[in-house]
Design a protein around this ligand. Structure first.
Ligand code: FMN
Length: 492
């Protein structure tokens, strides 16, 4: 009796399977979208499956330590170790290729600075003498703009708590100020994006009342008018509808579930004079330093800016300029712009600094640099070029546990950083990850100082271009101050 039952169950299963196979076979051969499936029904699915898996196989098994992009495994592991407080220590020797074009080599001093003679990094003020409440800050490394929307609630909370512990600032990105940015009590730079999320009136124009309300919060130390970001100059913020939750919609002042696309330019800023007018307006309303964030395509913008400041006076200048390299990241960017638009920070930063030096206004306008400056050596290079501070977004994402799955725009981030799916956010434990954020920041500052001491400097603000050499195509190196000579002061 039992035998007959099991035979008929087996027949039933086989019959069902056959029906399923025939159904999918017919579906594949008759569909018109995928050539492979029309020609190779059923087995053609394996291609798509392996294509997806290939990404992970390559990452884990086949790619060398220095092979991946945007960040190779050696760099990511360095950040993970800094974040876990495991020290940036290697055994046996480095796999860094000193001869590869662009390799950075710092000029070691014959007599390094004695430990007893080392000095802490001095604090630096933005807007001192030019606004009511200048922003005095010490950390060389800070959290670059990532909007609440592009990144999740637990991610913003962990960043805010970590920034408070480490003493660095968090930039809100263009999605407005959320309670999560304020949770840790850290310094906050409020970004004003092209849609003016968080400070917009009904018509999408800058609202004086909202700006004043936000400026009244003590922790909000400065405002940043975003002209562009390196990953997508000329394109506004893009937040896919799947990521526009009711809370994000409320903070931004937009409909739930619809794509959030900000204008590709501030509608009210079409030239340098309008930019400077806006800077003055925001500074007058808030009493706090106001800067700009931009990618550079050439030198014209910087020259026009310095000329306008020379004409109008130093009181009309931005208090800081954040230069974002073309290699910068984004929650979502069109490939055409991500791959091909905007100069790399390697070229943009020294040239931007030169324009300010030439005009004699480098002291007045602080420079913030970003663009894959996620390890101590790259950050020290930026300081040597003339940056006053370094920002990083993805360095802090790695500190939060990012595995570079490259899915920030899909709401399926496996580590909970760029998704609003609560099941995936569960993996990001704020109480654990905020410590890593703080460790990463503190260890970055410490290792930058370590490089400075080896160069014979008392602290990292003493870096100059002559402290770095850069490998050229022939494998020999050239001093950074010969590659980018310091300009002479333009006579005024
Ligand atoms: C997920 C994500 C979201 C971002 N959101 C913003 C934003 O809202 N506003 C902005 O100016 N830049 C944004 N950026 C760019 C970063 O602030 C930064 O300028 C750029 O990624 C370069 O730094 P990095 O190479 O250290 O990541 C975002 C970047 C990422 C990865």
């Amino acid at each position: 009796m039992f035998g007959v039952f099991s035979v008929s169950l087996g027949v039933l299963i086989a019959f069902t399977l056959a029906i399923v196979v025939i159904y999918f076979y017919l579906r594949d051969v008759t569909q018109k979208k995928h050539a492979i499936l029309r020609n190779f029904p059923l087995v053609g699915h394996l291609r798509y499956f392996f294509e997806q898996l290939g990404e992970y196989f390559r990452q884990y098994f086949f790619l060398g330590d220095r092979a991946e992009r945007p960040f190779n495994r050696a760099t990511r592991s360095w950040v993970y170790r800094l974040a876990k407080n495991e020290g940036g220590i290697l055994g046996f020797g480095s796999t860094y290729d000193l001869h590869e074009p662009g390799a950075l080599i710092f000029v070691n001093a014959p007599f390094a600075v004695l430990e007893s003679d080392r000095l802490p990094t001095p604090p630096l003020a933005m807007g001192e003498g030019w606004c009511e409440k200048p922003f005095v800050t010490r950390s060389l490394i800070n959290i670059s703009g990532m909007s609440f929307g592009a990144i999740s609630e637990p991610a913003v909370r962990a960043l805010s708590l970590g920034a408070a512990k480490a003493g660095c600032w968090i930039d809100t990105g263009e999605g407005g100020l959320s309670p999560y940015h304020l949770e840790g009590g850290c310094d906050v730079i409020m970004q004003i994006g092209t849609a003016k999320y968080g400070v917009r009136d009904e018509q999408g124009r800058l609202s004086t009342e909202k700006l004043r309300d936000i400026a009244a919060r003590e922790n909000v130390r400065a405002f940043e008018i975003k002209l562009s970001q390196g990953a997508k100059p000329g394109k506004g913020g893009v937040l896919m509808g799947v990521k526009v939750t009711p809370e994000i919609a409320r903070i931004r002042g937009i409909p739930v579930g619809e794509d959030s696309l900000s204008p590709n330019r501030h509608p009210d800023i079409a030239n340098i004079n309008e930019l400077l007018d806006m800077i003055i307006r925001v500074r007058d309303i808030t009493g706090k330093p106001v800067g700009i964030k931009t990618a550079l395509g050439g030198w014209e913008f910087m020259h026009q800016l310095t000329e306008a400041i020379a004409r109008r006076g130093l009181s009309d200048a931005p208090d800081f300029i954040a230069i974002d390299g073309g290699e910068g990241g984004s929650g979502a960017a069109p490939q055409a712009l991500a791959d091909h638009m905007g100069l790399s920070i390697t070229e943009a930063l020294p040239r931007a600094v030169d324009a300010l030096l030439e005009a004699g206004i480098k002291e007045r306008i602080k420079v913030i640099a970003a663009g894959q400056l996620i390890n101590p050596a790259r950050a020290a290079w930026a300081l040597a070029c003339g940056a006053d501070y370094v920002n990083t977004a993805r360095g802090f994402m790695f500190a939060l546990g990012c595995i570079q799955a490259l899915r920030c725009h899909t709401n399926t981030c496996p580590t909970g950083i760029t998704t609003h799916n609560p099941k995936l956010q569960r993996g990001l434990v704020v109480e654990e990850k905020f410590e890593r954020v703080a460790n990463y920041c503190l260890n970055m500052n410490k290792e930058i100082d370590m490089i400075a001491h080896s160069c014979g400097l008392h602290h990292a603000r003493e870096f100059r271009r002559e402290h770095v050499r850069v490998a050229r195509a022939d494998g020999n190196t050239i001093a950074l101050n010969l590659l980018y000579p310091y300009p002479t002061l333009r006579s005024v």
